[in-house]
Design a protein around this ligand. Structure first.
Ligand SMILES: Nc1ncnc2c1ncn2[C@@H]1O[C@H](COP(=O)(O)OP(=O)(O)OP(=O)(O)O)[C@@H](O)[C@H]1O
Length: 328
């Protein structure tokens, strides 16, 4: 789960000093239960990436408390952060692939850093590459891949660790409609089996493909956190969206379309270390903000219960991927 309590973020301004600094995020208070799916929307510069970086523990808040996967950041020892970060998968707009490693090795990296045996990680990595449609490009270096292909490698790398929390910043930005659809199915499957998923997007089309909650940011503040689809007060939410159109419906490659048995989310186990996490800068002094509004607590209901320990991949053609989604 993720809990923010009166969180503010102010980036230092090395060119103008304290006088030039301003709050990027203000008074964010919300709670996302484990297993929830949240879309993060808002105009450019609203603070979506900054919010995701706080959730990823790549930044510390200037004020307030960030609690991720049950750990309040203010009380976590610096030495404990890498372990916590291992349970968080992140896909950012810049892919951060290592240029001298092949697609396969980039995806395998977090598993190798965690000490996974080569024989056990290879099937998982190969299957992830197959899932994102890159089974034939395993030996390619990032520079030999298109932007969309690099993005898919980054997605595979974020997901192969089976994170309990997955944050993605415009993850479909370089993907065509079919690949975008496959990614949403992937995120939905991870979410269905227990991962908390938060995805920043400008695409209403994408949001329409998978129900969740929509957190809308403007000017660094939460303007709304609402169930999707939106329903006027007092009216029932409309039915879930129709299945994907035929041309974008996902069908797993290969006979069964399954990842290896055992490739299931284990939300309690320590996860492999992600090798691309950033340093967390030292916390800055909290400052009083006289202009700030009273904090508003945003809360979304828990996700529906789900079976534990099953393979994360659907065993058959997905014609109606989100049958048990809760629109309430
Ligand atoms: N490292 C940084 N140092 C200083 N200011 C920053 C830094 N990163 C972001 N900002 C500022 O914080 C504000 C919010 O940026 P952020 O990238 O979080 O917005 P966003 O909603 O993700 O935008 P977009 O949709 O364009 O990606 C912007 O005004 C940006 O200039």
């Amino acid at each position: 789960m993720v809990r923010f309590s009166q969180v503010g973020l102010r980036y230092p301004d090395p060119t103008r000093g304290a006088a030039g600094e301003r709050d990027t995020l203000r008074d964010l208070s919300f709670f996302l239960p484990q297993g929830s799916f949240t879309w993060l929307t808002g105009p450019s510069g609203a603070g979506k990436t900054s919010l995701l970086r706080l959730m990823q523990l790549a930044l510390r808040p200037t004020r307030g408390e960030v609690e991720v996967l049950g750990v309040p950041l203010s009380r976590a020892k610096r030495a404990d952060l890498p372990k916590l970060r291992r349970r968080i998968g992140a896909v950012f707009q810049e892919f951060r692939l290592l240029p001298y490693l092949t697609a396969f090795d980039n995806v395998a990296l977090p598993l190798r850093l965690a000490g996974r045996a080569e024989a056990s990680l290879r099937p998982d990595v190969a299957e992830m590459l197959r899932w994102v449609g890159l089974e034939g490009r395993a030996d390619a270096l990032p520079q030999q891949l298109s932007g969309g292909e690099q993005q898919r490698v980054a997605i595979a790398r974020a997901v192969v660790t089976r994170p309990a929390l997955l944050v993605a910043d415009e993850p479909t930005g370089n993907l065509d409609a079919v690949q975008a659809r496959r990614l949403i199915v992937l995120l939905a499957e991870m979410n269905r089996l227990g991962a908390t998923v938060v995805v920043a997007t400008h695409s209403h089309e994408l949001i329409a493909q998978h129900p969740g909650h929509v957190m809308h940011l403007e000017g660094g503040r939460i303007v709304s956190l609402t169930p999707w689809p939106h329903a006027p007060a007092g009216e029932a939410a409309p039915e879930s969206p129709d299945p994907a159109p035929a041309e974008t419906a996902w069908e797993p490659a290969g006979a069964a379309g399954l990842l290896p048995e055992g490739f299931a989310l284990d939300l309690s186990a320590p996860e492999p270390e992600a090798g691309w996490v950033e340093e967390v800068p030292p916390s800055e002094e909290a400052e009083e903000d006289a202009a700030s509004l009273p904090p508003e607590e945003h809360h979304i209901p828990p996700a529906p219960s789900r079976p534990a320990g099953r393979s994360i991949w659907p065993s058959a053609r997905v014609t109606r991927p989100y049958p048990e989604a809760d629109h309430g």
